[in-house]
Design a protein around this ligand. Structure first.
Ligand SMILES: Nc1ncnc2c1ncn2[C@@H]1O[C@H](COP(=O)(O)OP(=O)(O)OP(=O)(O)O)[C@@H](O)[C@H]1O
Length: 250
């Protein structure tokens, strides 16, 4: 079976600086794969290459066995790749149920009609409700997004990406900035993502990484530095030295 995602020799240079260098990464179907690395290691650049925000300087990107290196961002979404979004001003004024219903309607190609009928499509609403409940937003789905606690807003980002029915979900630091008392919501919701969706998680929160991932890749100075299971990575002295620090534990 083809990997869900594969990069071969992927590279990105900004002028003479190599933000990604010869990154060959394989993410198995259904995997919970984490990409970690120190600040400036090139993780965001890597996600931007995967999603087509940036063109690579070298290498290729394969999604379920198909070369998508030069596919458009929309083309990658159509082929099953989704990433988490940052909530923007437009969505801040909408409720979660409106936001996710709109995303589902867009996926189905009925976005404009959905609006004109002011949310009359019950199948869309049902799907949105189920998704929001799964993401622990059930009790808040009719509140304006701007009034939600920050952790809930981050969960809405994931729900929005899930509304695309992805085969591969790229989670970009879902716990970043989330206050301590809301972190368990994010951990629980990420753990409850459907098993058939392959997930690549970029995250600094090691508790989340270690509780979630079945495989971890470590990026340092743009290049893959180590890869292995949680046990292998958390006990690798080289990884501890460059990244995890003295008090890292599983
Ligand atoms: N458009 C750009 N032009 C020039 N340099 C860039 C550009 N984008 C990123 N870089 C540089 O590439 C390096 C990798 O940045 P990147 O944001 O990918 O790292 P990161 O691992 O995501 O960091 P963090 O964990 O802090 O978010 C950094 O040194 C950054 O300054």
């Amino acid at each position: 079976m083809n990997p869900a995602l594969r990069t071969i020799g992927l590279g990105k240079s900004f002028g003479g600086f190599k933000a990604n260098a010869d990154v060959s990464l394989s993410v198995k179907q259904g995997a919970r794969h984490a990409l970690i690395g120190p600040n400036g290691a090139g993780k965001t650049t890597f996600i931007n290459l995967l999603t087509g925000v940036l063109p690579p300087s070298a290498g290729t990107i394969w999604l379920n066995g198909e070369d998508v290196t030069y596919a458009s961002q929309q083309g990658r979404v159509r082929r099953g790749m989704a990433r988490t979004y940052q909530i923007n001003q437009l969505f801040a004024e909408l409720t979660p149920i409106e936001t996710v219903s709109l995303a589902i309607a867009e996926r189905q190609g009925t976005g404009a009609r959905f609006w004109s009928r002011v949310g009359a499509d019950s199948a869309v609403i049902d799907e949105a409700e189920a998704l929001l409940t799964r993401m622990q937003l059930g009790a808040m789905m009719t509140r304006r997004t701007s009034t939600l606690p920050y952790g809930k807003q981050r969960l809405l980002e994931i729900a929005l990406a899930m509304a695309c029915k992805p085969k591969l979900l790229l989670l970009d630091e879902p716990a970043a900035g989330v206050p301590e008392d809301e972190r368990h919501d994010v951990l629980d919701s990420v753990a409850a993502l459907p098993e058939d969706v392959t997930v690549l998680l970029i995250e600094h929160d090691m508790e989340l990484v270690f509780s979630f991932a079945d495989r971890i890749s470590v990026l340092v100075q743009g290049a893959l530095f180590a890869e292995g299971t949680v046990d292998e990575i958390s006990s690798d002295p080289r990884v501890k030295a460059v990244y995890l620090g003295e008090d890292a534990h599983v």
